[in-house]
Every structure is written in structure tokens, then in C-alpha cells.
Design a binder for this molecule. Structure first.
Ligand code: ATP
Ligand code: MG
Length: 648
């Protein structure tokens, strides 16, 4: 390909819309253009990268015996209603784009394909003899992300490889999961990425194993915690650790009962209590008042007790709450602090008059009386909004589910708080705390659940001499043992060896193909531009003619160009009449791994070979240069290239 025909438009300055290096570079170097928020055009250069990534993904998936397929992006609501995910994905913070067709049937644009594939499996897979199977596709996904950002990292339309496997038993599922783990490691290594596998949150269904692959980079949205011995790595959403031991309350302050009242005027935070009374944060039990909202309109107030020096892990909390209530009330739509602001907003939007002043916020104790909920129930219990038919008499507003407030708090206590023999906590009255309270003294039997966020510096469970270190990661892949969640919901059953019917075991495996391409830039760039790993570079070598007016140089460049093409290399020829400096800058910016400069040395058959990543350069005879580039590119294509091999 000739640069003059490439429609290459590079930008000198960083575009204002881009925050992280890879996003800036992809825009500046002419790889992508923004069409709308989270929606990008993949320009020809990027499309070549995406196709190379896809080819590697295909090779590795095919090598495991997986079958490529292509499923529809328009998906009927009915399938998602049967799996129970329609409401969660379309209402509230749901991320599925959805629409109605001309017949009034509801459809969603595929954010993922468990429903479609499981329904197909129900139709096609009947016997254990057909199992296991693993189907994959590489396709555009749509997600109405709450915060699309960083270019291709979090788009609303992006390319994903997703695979779904079906099995007759759990052992077979584990085998395929392990095969996918191996394939993913090879894919990321071949793409030139430094990726780590971390334990991941498996969501509310629990139990099932799940692992994410993180490309380590400061721009990553995820926090990962790892131990130096390499034995433990987890997403912080999921991570566990040993908490620091608490500082015990001095003997004189331990009453063993409900505690002694202490005046704490205006002291509503841990810091204020610690500052005013010399407590240690680990001597306190803090109580968070939250409200969980469910699909069927059920509202569950939560009282969460944590040790004062610990932080809540929202993902663990959501899993715990879902596990207890989703069976009866459908999808957990969200958990928010039950604050004056939330109540005011509910009052405004729903025309209600909830009074939160009865709650001693800032002074809550774990034994807050359930009576407060019944007391405020008449104003909290909400009827569905009145429905008015449109003037045409056809379109009625959808009726929100009738809201119903639980009469009891769901009280969950983190082990760090539950294990305190005596503590300081709110007295459930304004300006008062209690000192020396115990769980027994408060007449509570705490329901203990791991809810605390593991922190960098925490000691590890597998070896208390190891501590956790934090790093930022970009999630490029996720593998998941789903179990029977979807097959049971969608009736995907098979006949097992003993002739009995049972639901299929399932796994699912995703790779963010477009996110991966940008992650490669995030890990492989310098001050001048991108340094593509050879295996996914849009072109492997670029020939720059220093002075295109010089017929000798042009001729030699054309000869090299033809030679590389004949050798099957992806070669770019910068034949533009621009100054050499401009062309060198562009070559650095777009990041082609090898650059051959045809300049004054052309007369004596000498060219300059520059390796982009290391900037090593050397003058070589034409033949030596040809040989060096072909050899370097061929070894680089395996994804295991050693920078400097050609120029060293
Ligand atoms: P995230 O936690 O980043 O939102 P996810 O857990 O929702 O991702 P999955 O449903 O596991 O993502 O999707 C599989 C892969 O698709 C992810 O590992 C990621 O690489 C990619 N991906 C997910 N959402 C996006 C997006 N909005 N833009 C680009 N890639 C994405
Ligand atoms: Mg994920």
C-alpha cells in the first residue's frame, strides 16, 4: 500500500476529547474518528489491526476445537424475559439499547448472546453424544454504557469475541474452561500484550469460577490486587485478604452490655469521633443505611455494619443482597444510600412525602429499631403512578411496578465488625454514641457476610507474610463457568448417558477485540507515537523515500516495495512528495515496527533500517536490509519477537 493512497490524515496536537495516551494516539495517527459518544469509525489502518487481532483469536479458538458462528444482533425481548434479564438490562441503569418494530414487538440490540445461543442449544442439542460443543463469534456488540469513555476502551458499539460452551457435566465444563484459559494466554501473548489472569467476581449466582485477563496499564479502569509471590491475583471487586488486627478497647470501657452513652455532638463521621475522643477507627462499628431496589418494586432497607477502619465493597454487598432476595423479587436494580437527597428525589418524582428525620443519621447503631420502618410506612408505601392514555388513546405510559417497602431491615455484618468483643457505635439518637457495646449486649446475632474491600497493603490469606499490591488493569477478557443458570431458565435440556433429561452445563468466554487493540497501544507507545507489536501492526515495514524527486531513490524504493510484497510482507511505501522529516514523524506516529529509509546512500546501494520500538538504527546494504527485515517480521509474526533482533 502506498501512503499517498491511504487517506492518511495525522494530527499534530492532542485532540481535546482524549484523556489517555492510547486514545490520543489512535486519533492523532488516523486510526479512528469519533462519530458520537462511544461510537467510532474504524479507519482503514485500525481495521487492519482489528483483522489481525481477530485472525489470532480465530486461530487459537479453532485450535481448541471451537466452532465459529454468527448470531443476530437484533434479539427478541421474549428471550430475555424468559431468562429474567429483560427488566434489568432495559430499565434503570440497564445497558441494552432496545426498540419496537413496526408490529410493536420489542427487540434489544445484543449486548451479549447467552439468551440467543441457549435457545439455539435447546433446539439443536438433544443428546450427550453431541457434547461438548463450543461456539464462538466475532461481532459488534451494543451497550448503552453509563460512562462511555477512553475511545475504544469503553464504547457503546464495540467488537467482541464471545464463545459459549455446552456440556453434559461439570468436569467437561472445567476442561473447556481450562482450554479457554490456555487459549486466552496465548492470544494475549501473541498480540504483544502483558496480561495477567485475575480472580473475578462471578456475580450473584456465586460458586462458579470466573477469571478476568487484565492488561496492566495506569489508564486501566479496574483495580487489581496481587501478591509478590505470584500466588494470588484478584480484581478488587472480588479480592479477599486478612484485615489488620483491631486495637482493643481499654478494659475500663468494655461494659459487655449495650454500652455507656457518650455525648458526641455533631460528630457524625469516624474521623470526628477518632479526633474528639482518641478512639482508634478499628474500635468503632459503623452502620450504613442503604436502600436496595428490586425489579418487582420491592424496596429493602439495609443496615450494614463494618469495622470503622474498613471500607464497603459494593460488589460483594450487591451479591449478598441478590442472593437473599432476587429469588423472590427479581433483579436487583441498584443499591443507594438512604439519604435525605434520595428521599427528596423520590418524593419529587413519585409525589410522595417520606420523612427521613426519624432516622438518626450519623448516629446509627446496628440495633436500629425495625419499628422505624413501619412508623414511616404510610408515607413510604407507594402506589404505582396513575396511568393516562395518550390523546390517540393508544399509547399508555408503562406502569411502574408497585413499590413496596420491607417492614424489616436486612442487617448484614462484616466479620471484622462481628468479631469485635466490644466496640463504639451510634446510640440511635442524635448526638449520642455508645462505648463498650457488645453484640450480645445489643441482643443481636449478626448475620456475617464478607463485605469489606481488600486494600493494598493487606496481608494475604494464602500466606500472611505476603501483602497485596495494587495495579491498574484494562479488562481484555473474561472466562466464566456459568453452570445451569441460562439452560434452566430457557429449557435447554439434553438426555444424559442414563437416559435422563437434564439441563446443559454452560461456560462463556469473552474478549474485547477493539478494546484489546487500544490496550496494545496503551502498553506499546512512546513520546513519538505507537510502537505496534509486529503480530498486530497494520503494516510490518514502511519504506520512506527521503527525497521522492530523486529518481534513483524512488527507483530503489519501488524495487524494495516489490520485493517485500513478493515475500508476503505487509509493506507500506511512503511515496508522498513531503519533506523527509514530515514522513519520519508520521512513520513514528503510526508505529510501523520497521522502517527502511532510502536516502542519499541509495547511490551506493545503502539504506537505513530503524526499529520503531527500540529506535535502533543501522546502515545496511540493500540485500542485508531485505534479509534482516524479512527475518525480523517472520519471527515477529509469531508474537514472540525480541525487539532489537533486526537492528542489533
Ligand atoms: P466491563 O467490566 O469493562 O464493563 P464487562 O465485564 O461488562 O466489562 P463482559 O461482558 O465480560 O464485559 O464482556 C467481555 C469483554 O468485552 C470484556 O472483557 C471487555 O474486554 C469487552 N468489553 C466489555 N464492555 C466493553 C465496552 N463498552 N467497550 C469495549 N469493550 C468492552
Ligand atoms: Mg467482565
Amino acid at each position: 500500500m502506498r501512503v499517498s493512497r491511504l487517506m492518511l490524515v495525522t494530527l499534530r496536537d492532542d485532540p481535546a476529547q482524549a484523556e489517555i495516551p492510547s486514545h490520543k494516539l489512535l486519533l492523532r495517527a488516523g486510526y479512528i474518528r469519533r462519530v458520537a459518544s462511544g461510537i467510532y469509525a474504524y479507519l482503514p489502518l485500525l481495521w487492519r489491526v482489528l483483522q489481525k487481532v481477530s485472525a489470532i483469536v480465530r486461530e487459537e479458538m479453532d485450535a481448541t476445537g471451537a466452532l465459529e458462528t454468527l448470531l443476530p444482533q437484533l434479539q427478541p425481548a421474549d428471550l430475555w424475559q424468559r431468562s429474567g434479564r429483560w427488566a434489568g438490562y432495559t430499565a434503570g441503569e440497564g445497558i441494552m439499547f432496545h426498540l419496537k418494530d413496526r408490529q410493536g414487538h420489542e427487540l434489544g440490540l445484543g449486548p451479549t448472546h447467552e439468551e440467543v445461543i441457549t435457545d439455539l442449544a435447546a433446539d439443536l442439542l438433544r443428546s450427550y453424544r453431541q457434547l461438548p460443543v463450543n461456539l464462538y463469534q466475532i461481532q459488534t456488540k451494543f451497550r448503552d454504557e453509563i460512562r462511555p469513555r477512553f475511545g475504544l476502551m469503553r464504547g457503546r458499539e464495540f467488537i467482541m469475541k464471545d464463545a459459549y460452551s455446552f456440556h453434559s457435566d461439570e468436569a467437561s465444563l472445567r476442561d473447556t474452561y481450562a482450554a479457554m484459559d490456555g487459549a486466552y494466554r496465548r492470544i494475549f501473548r501473541r498480540c504483544g500484550l502483558r496480561a495477567v489472569a485475575v480472580e473475578a467476581d462471578s456475580g450473584a449466582i456465586g460458586g462458579s469460577a470466573s477469571q478476568e485477563f487484565m492488561v496492566t496499564a495506569d489508564a486501566g479502569e479496574d483495580l487489581i490486587l496481587t501478591s509478590a509471590d505470584g500466588c494470588y491475583a484478584a480484581n478488587q471487586e472480588r479480592a479477599v485478604s486478612l484485615p489488620t488486627p483491631p486495637v482493643e478497647l481499654p478494659g475500663g470501657l468494655r461494659t459487655g452490655g449495650a454500652g455507656e452513652l457518650l455525648a458526641t455532638p455533631g460528630q457524625t463521621s469516624i474521623e470526628q469521633l477518632v479526633g474528639a475522643h482518641g478512639f482508634e477507627a478499628s474500635q468503632l462499628v459503623k452502620v450504613l443505611l442503604l436502600l436496595a431496589r428490586f425489579q418487582d418494586g420491592y424496596l429493602q432497607p439495609l443496615l450494614i455494619s463494618l469495622r470503622g477502619d474498613q471500607q464497603l465493597n459494593g460488589v460483594k454487598l450487591a451479591n449478598a443482597v441478590s442472593a437473599r432476595l432476587a429469588g423472590d423479587h427479581g433483579v436487583l436494580l441498584g443499591i443507594d444510600p438512604l439519604s435525605f437527597e434520595l428521599v427528596a428525589a423520590l418524593n419529587r418524582s413519585e409525589g410522595r412525602s417520606i420523612d427521613l428525620s426519624a432516622f438518626p443519621l450519623g448516629y446509627l447503631g446496628p440495633d436500629l429499631d425495625d419499628g422505624l420502618l413501619s412508623g414511616s410506612r404510610p408515607s413510604l408505601g407507594v402506589e404505582g403512578r396513575e396511568v393516562r392514555a395518550g390523546s390517540s388513546g393508544v399509547a399508555a405510559l408503562p406502569q411502574p411496578p408497585r413499590q413496596q417497602l420491607s417492614a424489616k431491615f436486612l442487617r448484614l455484618t462484616d466479620p471484622t465488625a462481628a468479631q469485635l468483643p466490644a466496640f463504639v457505635c451510634g446510640a440511635n439518637q442524635i448526638d449520642r454514641h455508645r462505648v463498650g457495646a457488645s453484640w450480645q449486649g445489643l441482643q443481636l446475632e449478626p448475620e456475617v457476610v464478607d463485605l469489606r474491600a481488600a486494600q493494598p497493603g493487606d496481608r494475604c490469606l494464602h500466606d500472611s507474610a505476603q501483602t497485596l499490591t495494587a495495579a491498574r488493569g484494562i479488562e481484555v477478557g473474561h472466562i466464566f463457568q456459568l453452570g445451569k443458570k441460562y439452560s434452566e431458565a430457557l429449557g435447554a435440556r439434553f438426555t444424559n448417558e442414563s437416559g435422563e433429561e437434564e439441563a446443559l452445563w454452560m461456560g462463556c468466554y469473552g474478549i474485547g477485540v477493539s478494546r484489546l487493540a487500544q490496550a496494545a497501544v496503551e502498553q506499546n507507545h512512546d513520546g513519538d507515537g505507537i510502537c505496534w507489536p509486529v503480530a498486530i501492526a497494520p503494516f510490518e515495514v514502511i519504506i520512506v523515500v527521503a527525497s521522492s524527486q530523486d529518481p534513483l531513490q524512488s527507483e530503489l524504493a519501488e524495487r524494495l516495495y516489490g520485493h517485500f510484497q513478493a515475500e508476503g510482507l505487509d509493506v507500506l511505501l511512503d511515496d508522498r512528495p513531503d519533506r523527509a522529516g514530515v514522513k519520519f514523524k508520521d512513520a513514528d506516529l503510526i508505529g510501523i515496527p520497521y522502517r527502511l529509509v532510502v536516502g542519499r546512500g541509495a547511490a551506493s546501494g545503502v539504506v537505513e533500517l530503524v526499529e520503531r520500538a527500540t529506535r535502533q538504527s543501522q546502515e545496511l546494504t540493500v540485500d542485508a536490509a531485505l534479509e534482516a527485515v524479512v527475518a525480523a517480521v517472520r519471527s515477529g509474526r509469531s508474537g514472540l519477537q525480541v525487539p532489537g533482533a533486526a537492528a542489533g
